[in-house]
Design a protein around this ligand. Structure first.
Ligand code: SAM
Ligand code: DTB
Ligand code: SF4
Length: 356
């Protein structure tokens, strides 16, 4: 929170949302929903700041789970090469590079059902090493029991990401190898170990609007809202069961972000996977709907994310600053120069196309 928030009109933090209240929000005319989301956003956050996290896949591919969206499941032939757990030093090198490029949080993901005992010393060393660089740390390693959660918390892990992915009703269409309750139990273990929770889902998997509402109902009625709520747009990967899923109407994606913002006013809502497939205008609408966090860096875990130059340019064009990151004068000048060059190139191509 900061000077620009307005506490006198701040909405209450609630954990007793009803299905029909959420359905009513989804049914609002787009402009009315955006106005409410933006008003809520401004009561708690500086609307011109976006938190920046960088992802690193510390263990890629060959996952035993069957999540229908996931390129890393061993059950689907997606052409992905499996990799062993990365060396701790290599992870720390990547974290240094992420910090240098402006990220304030480093998120380490592993394609595991859950971590094995032999993995824990490595992942705890990663947490300690990354934290010592002055970065916030986040991990997503699959299911955790209480002891594993406590070990990670004791190592200094700030956030644990574990998504509910969709509504309890639609969940069985997407994953059969772990239950919704398994996910809730991991989230409880993370919370009781004292870590911050990063929990959200994926849209565009063929779910109904009531399923997007059902996911948000679960998140918003947790006894404490997740501090971070990633809203992923399905990245359709060849070889997965969802490769040919029809596109979600972009406005329905924006509506989901806006309703998440209204239900969980103090959480960072992350415009997560799928930005590479979105144009600048759609991303700007997502920020206007209350998204205030992104993954930054040219790769998510295994799929593409926008180039960092392109993101810097977008931030510059929208007047957005990276939360908690001070841009030095020479860097600001560099960004401005890149922006001018890219804009000139775009104008050239507009004129070229118009002249053809
Ligand atoms: N294996 C761990 C687990 O699932 O708990 C952690 C890594 S997993 C890749 C983290 C999250 O990435 C998933 O819960 C899902 O929400 C998201 N994800 C995976 N593949 C995706 C895709 N193709 N499109 C959008 N989001 C995706
Ligand atoms: C989350 O909600 N999205 C991130 C992160 N948490 C780990 C992962 C997105 C993965 C997209 C597909 C891929 O790159 O493999
Ligand atoms: Fe495995 Fe996680 Fe992918 Fe599911 S989402 S297949 S658990 S890596």
């Amino acid at each position: 929170m900061n000077a620009s928030m307005n506490l006198s009109s701040a909405p209450k933090i609630r954990n007793d949302w009803t299905r029909s209240e959420i359905a009513e929000l989804f049914a609002l005319p787009f402009s009315d929903l955006m106005f409410q989301a933006q008003s809520t956003h401004r009561a708690f956050f500086n609307p011109n700041e976006v938190q920046v996290s960088t992802l690193c896949s510390i263990k890629t591919g060959a996952c035993p789970e069957d999540c229908a969206y996931c390129p890393q499941s061993a059950r689907y032939d997606t052409g992905l090469e499996r990799e062993k757990l990365m060396a701790v030093e290599k992870v720390i090198e990547e974290a240094k590079a992420a910090k240098a490029s402006g990220a304030t949080r480093f998120c380490m993901g592993a394609a595991w059902r859950s971590p094995k005992g032999k993995d824990m010393p490595y992942v705890t060393s990663m947490v300690q090493g990354v934290k010592s660089l002055g970065l916030e740390t986040c991990m997503t390693l699959g299911m955790l029991d209480q002891e594993q959660a406590q070990t990670l918390a004791d190592a200094g892990l700030d956030y644990y990401n574990h998504n509910l992915d969709t509504s309890p009703e639609f969940y069985g269409e997407i994953i059969t190898t772990r239950t919704y309750q398994d996910r809730l139990t991991t989230l409880d273990n993370v919370r009781s170990a004292g870590m911050k929770v990063c929990c959200g889902g994926i849209v565009g998997m063929g779910e109904a609007e009531s399923d997007r509402a059902g996911l948000l109902l679960q998140l918003a009625n947790m006894s404490e809202h997740p501090e971070s709520v990633p809203i992923n747009m399905l990245v359709k990967v060849e070889g997965t069961p969802l490769a040919n899923q029809v596109d979600l109407d972009p406005f329905d994606f924006i509506r989901t972000v806006a309703v998440a913002r209204i239900l969980m006013p103090q959480s960072h809502v992350r415009l997560s996977a799928g930005r590479e497939q979105m144009n600048d205008q759609m991303q700007a609408l997502a920020f206007l709907a209350g998204a205030n966090s992104i993954f930054y860096g040219e790769k998510l875990l295994t799929t593409a994310n926008p180039e960092t130059n392109k993101d810097m340019q977008l931030f510059q064009r929208l007047g957005i600053n990276a939360e908690g990151y001070e841009v030095h004068q020479d860097e600001a000048e560099q960004v401005a120069a890149i922006t001018t060059q890219l804009q000139a190139a775009q104008m050239d191509s507009v004129f070229y196309n118009a002249a053809k």
